[in-house]
Write a new protein. Structure first.
Lengths: 270, 268
């Protein structure tokens, strides 16, 4: 109960801060509409036999790209949420104030990430709503529970990467260059805008090392094909393995970085 | 040792050297060679008000940060309310309230009340306790009118009072304050000292350890005082004992003489 109350306090804090920027939310709504419209008209322009041959039967390029773009942002959020929370806490001087309360580090990290993920979920929902209402995005056969499980597994796997990135930032007081490499590689190899089957075989092997590949595959299968849990299992299990490895590793790395900053006296440096 | 609110035993703290360029990139792994505290030992009894004085860089804030668990000591041991700050930091943090002396540390776009509610929740107070404590503390610290205002619109002195309110909102058994009245006007500073003395120490029985550059504040608030110089503890006793030790008329004079003696001794 105490844990939930604390996590809720972080969410309320971040919601109140974001609500103070009133116009930003409206502009974000408009931005999702423009993005959905762009993919719709792009798909009308480029949808042809070659693209249909590369996509699984029955999928339109618009639906494929919209799912890719909408859900790729979860990876963006995961890799940036912890970094931004840490930078903001250092900039405002709230990091020390948080760390002298009797709130454990995992709770502080989890609490700081709740709002960005909830906000991203709302944003993704709006993407899909625009797609359904205005551009005939197909949802009639979607397996929503399956998509939710894939999404939760994706968030856990991505969060591990995000906490690892924040560990680097905490220790070195500058952004993690590997984060940008990972985001770039995921954008190219993860199947966001095109199926990975169009990549050369060597790059297809590399794409299998990225959690976002399994995430987008699973989400497309659940949302566009209505795939059951048995068909989604390869994606879910791969993401679970990423989460099981990355989350404990990231907590160990963050605890170690925090200990180093307490030894060096650089906790509040930015 | 048993029964003391704060115990510091042979605490030493070394920091790594400040590096720049590529060497700075690897600074987290540099050997700590700069000594900030040298085998400091002191005890503070429950309900006692204890001051640390000394020039800038003497090690006052370093000791306070070790006690708050924001820094790890290189050697030695310290406890807060009986809890070891290295082995059981969570329990030590539960017992303490801390004010860093800075007029920062708040979310500028949240109101003062929203900020206090957030930190009070992290201190495990219930909603009812939070509202009661915010109201009482704000009233005592003259913050009532500031509560509905965003922190970014508050003056430096008001933010500092807000930081003091945050430090005491959960009625801590041990209060650690780093220059508690630095940005306060003389009237507000006097009121705050009275609040500390009457409400927190006499009424609630809290223990106070504070660092200050204001020797008048030390005279009016501290039962005992420790003088730090370049990481060394030069003197520990009552303000009157400190004056008598060197035959000084004032604490300021006593402090100057003790530091000069220490410097002469080191040079000899």
């Amino acid at each position: 109960m105490r844990l939930l109350t604390k996590l809720l306090a972080f969410f309320r804090r971040d919601f109140a801060i974001q609500s103070s920027y009133r116009s930003a939310f409206v502009l974000e709504l408009a931005e999702t509409l423009f993005a959905a419209a762009s993919f719709y008209y792009l798909s009308k322009f480029i949808d042809g036999p070659a693209i249909q041959a590369a996509l699984p039967a029955g999928r339109s390029y618009f639906a494929f790209a919209l799912v890719g773009v909408a859900f790729f942002d979860y990876m963006n959020v995961a890799l940036n949420a912890f970094d931004q929370a840490l930078e903001e806490a250092r900039r405002t001087g709230t990091l020390e104030a948080l760390l002298v309360t009797d709130t454990s580090l995992p709770v502080i990290l989890a609490g700081s990430a709740i709002y960005p993920f909830v906000y991203e979920s709302v944003r993704t929902g709006i993407y899909l709503v625009w797609g359904v209402l205005l551009f005939r995005f197909p949802v009639s056969q979607a397996n929503w529970p399956g998509a939710l499980v894939v999404l939760l597994a994706s968030i856990l796997a991505f969060a591990g990467l995000g906490i690892l990135s924040a560990s680097y930032l905490l220790l070195f007081m500058r952004g993690n260059p590997a984060k940008w490499l990972l985001l770039g590689a995921s954008g190219v190899l993860g199947g966001m805008m095109y199926p990975i089957s169009v990549l050369p075989p060597a790059l297809q092997v590399l794409s299998r090392l990225l959690p976002v590949t399994y995430s987008l595959e699973g989400l497309r299968a659940a949302l566009l094909d209505g795939a059951g849990f048995a068909a989604l299992w390869p994606s879910i299990s791969a993401l679970a393995v990423f989460a099981l490895v990355l989350l404990p590793l990231s907590f160990v790395a963050f605890s170690w970085s925090l200990r180093r900053t307490k030894i060096n006296g650089t906790l509040s440096h930015s | 040792m048993a029964g003391n609110a704060i115990v510091v035993e042979n605490i030493e703290k070394f920091f790594p050297p400040a590096l720049s360029g590529w060497r700075a990139f690897f600074s987290p792994f540099a050997r700590p060679t700069f000594r900030a505290l040298a085998a400091i030992s002191l005890q503070v009894a429950p309900g006692e008000s204890f001051a640390i004085v000394g020039a800038n860089g003497a090690g006052k804030s370093t000791l306070l940060r070790i006690l708050t668990t924001l820094l790890l000591p290189t050697r030695g041991r310290a406890t807060v309310d009986g809890c070891d700050v290295v082995r059981d930091p969570a329990a030590a943090r539960r017992a303490l309230g801390f004010h860093s002396g800075a007029d920062a540390g708040f979310h500028p776009r949240l109101t003062a009340a929203q900020n206090l509610r957030f930190y009070a929740t992290l201190r495990d107070l219930t909603s009812r306790q939070i509202e009661a404590r915010i109201s009482a503390t704000a009233s005592l610290l003259g913050l009532s009118e500031a509560l509905p205002r965003q922190v970014r619109t508050l003056s430096s002195g008001t933010v500092q009072r807000l930081s003091l309110a945050r430090a005491v909102i959960h009625s801590p058994r041990v209060l650690l304050l780093d220059e508690p009245t630095r940005s306060l006007d003389p009237l507000a500073a006097a009121e705050f000292r009275s609040f500390l003395r009457k409400d927190l120490i006499s009424h609630d029985g809290a223990t106070l350890l504070f660092a200050s550059h204001s020797l008048a504040e030390v005279e009016s608030l501290a039962d005992r005082v420790a003088l730090f110089d370049a990481g060394h503890l030069l003197f520990c006793g009552t303000p009157a004992e400190m004056r008598r030790a060197v035959g000084a008329q004032s604490l300021e004079e006593a402090m100057s003489l003790l530091i000069a003696h220490a410097l002469n001794a080191r040079e000899a």
